[in-house]
Every structure is written in structure tokens, then in C-alpha cells.
Design a protein around this ligand. Structure first.
Ligand SMILES: [Zn+2]
Length: 132
């Protein structure tokens, strides 16, 4: 497991050294799973960044803080190339329902290059279960 230190601020999680042994074990279990744990922990009055989520990404050499949103230009290029056809189910997609899907999910190291992107229905992308 990675031990990279980060400055504690509103967007970084509690350091491992401040967690109980049980919580650290829970994080190790979460890191061992193939899919990332939730990004935030819900507390009664706040949402805080999940240490496990960070550790999961660091263990795979993925920067957890990289930009998540695709540029409009990239989106348009993918839609122009694929047309309004879902690449997951083959069906026609309404313009208002176009989703640009990551073929290899970002969570598994996929990037935002055109060869890793395709048009899909938003519902088909949800079914695929990836952070597309
Ligand atoms: Zn579809």
C-alpha cells in the first residue's frame, strides 16, 4: 500500500496514522478489491473525502485528483465519429441522452484519449457499472 503523504485540507482525507487499527484494516480490504470504494464518506453533518478511495488509487498508481470532466471538444469529436448510435447496445441514442463512455474505465486506468471513448446511452453506461 502506498504511503504518500498529502497536506491535510478540505479535499484530502484523514492520515492513516490517525485511524484506528480496525479502520486501517477496513481500508486495506477496500484497496484489495477490484472496484474503487466510494469517493466520500457520509457523516451525519458532512461529507468527507474517503481515505480508502485515495489509497485505492495510489495503490494502482492512479492520480486520484485528476480532472474528471471531459472537454466539450473531446465529447463532440466522439459524437461526430460514432454518430448517435450506442456502442454498448447498438441502439439509436437521442441527442439529449448521449453519454460518452470510457471503454476502459478511468477507475481501471483508462484515459480520455479518443480511442478509449465511445458513444453510449447513459443507462447502458450505468449498467456497465464503470465510472465512464
Ligand atoms: Zn445503449
Amino acid at each position: 500500500m502506498s504511503r504518500i503523504w498529502v497536506k491535510l485540507d478540505a479535499t484530502t482525507p484523514i492520515p492513516l496514522s490517525e485511524l484506528s487499527p480496525e479502520k486501517r484494516r477496513a481500508i486495506e480490504e477496500a484497496v484489495a478489491r477490484p472496484d474503487p470504494p466510494p469517493r466520500f464518506l457520509r457523516l451525519p453533518f458532512a461529507e468527507i473525502p474517503s481515505r480508502a478511495w485515495y489509497e485505492w488509487h495510489w495503490a494502482r498508481n492512479i492520480n486520484p485528483d485528476r480532472k474528471r470532466k471531459l472537454s466539450e471538444k473531446t465529447r463532440d469529436l466522439v459524437i461526430t465519429r460514432d454518430g448517435l448510435t450506442c456502442r454498448l447496445c447498438g441502439g439509436p441514442v437521442e441527442r439529449s441522452d448521449v453519454h460518452v463512455d470510457h471503454i476502459r474505465p478511468r477507475a481501471k486506468g483508462g484515459d480520455d484519449s479518443l480511442s478509449n471513448l465511445q458513444v453510449s446511452h447513459s443507462a447502458c453506461n450505468v449498467r456497465k457499472g464503470a465510472n465512464g
